[in-house]
Design a protein around this ligand. Structure first.
Ligand SMILES: NC(=O)c1ccc[n+]([C@@H]2O[C@H](COP(=O)([O-])OP(=O)(O)OC[C@H]3O[C@@H](n4cnc5c(N)ncnc54)[C@H](OP(=O)(O)O)[C@@H]3O)[C@@H](O)[C@H]2O)c1
Length: 310
């Protein structure tokens, strides 16, 4: 079958090549992939200069398509059902083996293209919001908001009653967030705090500046470092506003629950018109290498979705 294979090169990160079709384990279904999305974490892994991606690693965590072979143990979707899935890898390919605990069935109203935009960014937003706790009526600051996570998080948090301030590079990159009801700023100096919760994913100078906007005893949830620059925090910063504040690390995989129920929840929200994937790039999978460069260089808003054979 055809699959996208890592090259180890920074400006041409993947190439279409031939590889063996996956052999599903007993608790995995075989899915014919119709669409997939790409994520910043995968870009980081593909262009890390040293040691570079492992040669046997196959990228691809977000897929949607058709089950062509159900799991041998009888769990999960049946052959012929359309699904969205979140495998640990191998999804940028014509076929992917996906554990049934990371699959959800798609209703007719949710296309493979919209579904493919959901898994990693949607699961992260859903679980971040769960970690935040009740947001109703609370001011919440979100940095690095123009990407996949930022769009889902903003729509979900506003739906739950939060007052969201979102930071994006330009008004254009914040257009949809403003339509959801967020106050969009392009410099943290313009963000009107103090905030009950800060969700920070940029790193570098952004982390300390965002922390200073936290109210006393507020919480900063640290979930990424898109700039790849480490943050520098000073103990004394906590006396300037965020007195007794909490800084909390977050990773969406560090939960006891399987992905399947949360994927199903995201699909339900989309089907019920309560969550609207923002797909800033849609193209055929032959354009994946160029799309990865554009994601790395901040030229895509929301998610990028690539289709196979459509
Ligand atoms: N902890 C977890 O479980 C988890 C899970 C998924 C993702 N993440 C992380 O969460 C963040 C958001 O994920 P995502 O999928 O929404 O990523 P994304 O689509 O790439 O969005 C990240 C945004 O960060 C902004 N940004 C600001 N400064 C940047 C810089 N120097 N370099 C690159 N981007 C910069 C960009 O927006 P502007 O250009 O508008 O400023 C960009 O659109 C990423 O850092 C990702 O690695 C964490």
């Amino acid at each position: 079958m055809k699959a996208l294979l890592p090259t180890g090169r920074p400006d041409d990160m993947v190439v279409l090549g031939d590889t063996e079709e996956p052999r599903p384990a007993s608790d995995e279904a075989l899915v014919k992939v119709e669409a997939f999305s790409v994520n910043r974490g995968e870009v980081f892994r593909l262009y890390s200069p040293q040691p570079g991606p492992r040669p046997d690693w196959r990228p691809g965590k977000d897929i949607a398509g058709l089950v062509v072979q159900a799991a041998a143990d009888g769990s999960g979707p049946r052959a012929g059902q359309r699904v969205v899935g979140h495998p640990p890898g191998g999804g940028w390919a014509e076929y992917a083996a996906v554990g049934t605990d990371a699959l959800a069935v798609l209703p007719d109203g949710v296309s493979s293209i919209r579904a493919a935009a959901l898994p990693l960014a949607g699961l992260t937003a859903l679980r971040l919001l769960r970690t935040t706790g009740c947001v109703s009526g609370h001011p919440l600051l979100l940095t690095g908001a123009s990407g996949g996570v930022g769009h889902y998080l903003t729509e979900l948090a506003i739906g739950a009653g939060a007052e969201v301030t979102a930071v994006t590079a330009t008004p254009e990159r914040g257009k949809r967030l403003a339509e959801f009801g967020a106050t969009v700023v392009h410099d943290l100096a313009d963000a009107r705090g103090p905030f009950h919760t800060v969700l920070e994913s940029v790193g570098g100078a952004s982390t300390a500046r965002a922390l200073s906007l936290l109210r006393p005893r507020g919480t900063l949830i640290w979930f990424g470092q898109a700039s790849r620059e480490p943050a520098e925090l000073s103990f004394f910063e906590f006396f300037k506003g965020p007195r007794s504040g909490t800084v909390r690390h977050f990773h969406y995989e560090h939960f006891d629950e399987a992905f399947a129920p949360d994927l199903a929840a995201l699909v339900r929200l989309v089907a019920n018109d309560r969550l609207h994937p923002e797909i800033g790039r849609l193209c055929g999978w032959q354009d994946t290498a160029a799309t990865l460069n554009d994601l790395r260089d901040r030229r895509i808003t929301g998610n990028a979705v690539l289709t196979i054979g459509q």
